[in-house]
Design a protein around this ligand. Sequence first.
Ligand code: B1M
Length: 213
Amino acid sequence: MKLLEELAQSLERGDSQAAADSTRGAIELGLPAQRILDDGLIAGMAVVGRRFKAHEIFLPDVLLAAKAMYAGLALLKPLMIEQAVATQGKVVIGTVQGDLHDIGKNLVGIMLEGAGFEVLDLGTDVAPETFVDTAVREGARIIGLSALLTTTMPVMRKVVEAVEKRGLRPEIRVIVGGAPLSAAYAAEIGASAYCFDGISAVETVREMLGVER
Ligand code: B1M
């Protein structure tokens, strides 16, 4: 449908106004929230993610696309709640204690949200127990940790240990990402997976929750 194609393209261009206008238009036409989400916002963000991975576009473009996605989502959210659109599952994310870097974590959150997951973003400087308490309370099976400082990376191990201590493994898995991390470090601290970027976080979460797309 042309309107939803335009919505997807507005994300690719990072045009928040157009994204809001197209989303509003689709809602006024009476299209179901799930369809607007899947064929408009998610479709657009998927293209953005692929182009970012291929280095065809850069960080500012992704941030603009993210802003445009939020402009559409803000209008769609009340409808989604009303129509009880099924989410693919919940993921708790946050930047670990002592670390205030949140740009990468926010991007990962947007990608996950764009892929249909419910994201519970705890923000930055988050204590290990807060991650675990939230996952238990909300019934989330995945905790996603971000760290940008070599000094805060060890906090990730504490989250893994807190999950283990409470006997929540393997039901709750911990995935980790951030510029100073590596797959080797993730394995060393006992994390379930290392994700290089938002796309790989989406792929990992889909695989872990058995979601096909
Ligand atoms: Co800071 N900083 N910073 N900083 N900062 C770095 C990280 C640093 C490498 C710069 C440098 O020295 N070259 C360095 C760390 C060195 C080290 O640890 N060895 C550093 C430092 C030292 C500091 C301070 C200590 C500086 C000071 O005060 N003396 C201080 C620390 C504050 C704190 O956290 N307690 C500090 C502060 C800041 C600002 C506040 C100014 C700002 C952050 C603003 C914000 O986030 N709101 C800032 C910034 C912007 C940076 C750099 C320049 C850029 C980080 C960024 O946003 N990258 C950074 C240098 C760099 O990384 N090149 C630097 C873009 C972002 C999209 O990428 O976050 O890597 P990234 O996320 C990627 C992937 O890593 C991955 O996906 C994302 C998308 O592709 N990913 C995940 C991230 N989290 C993931 C989670 C996942 C999966 C994938 O699953 C759950």
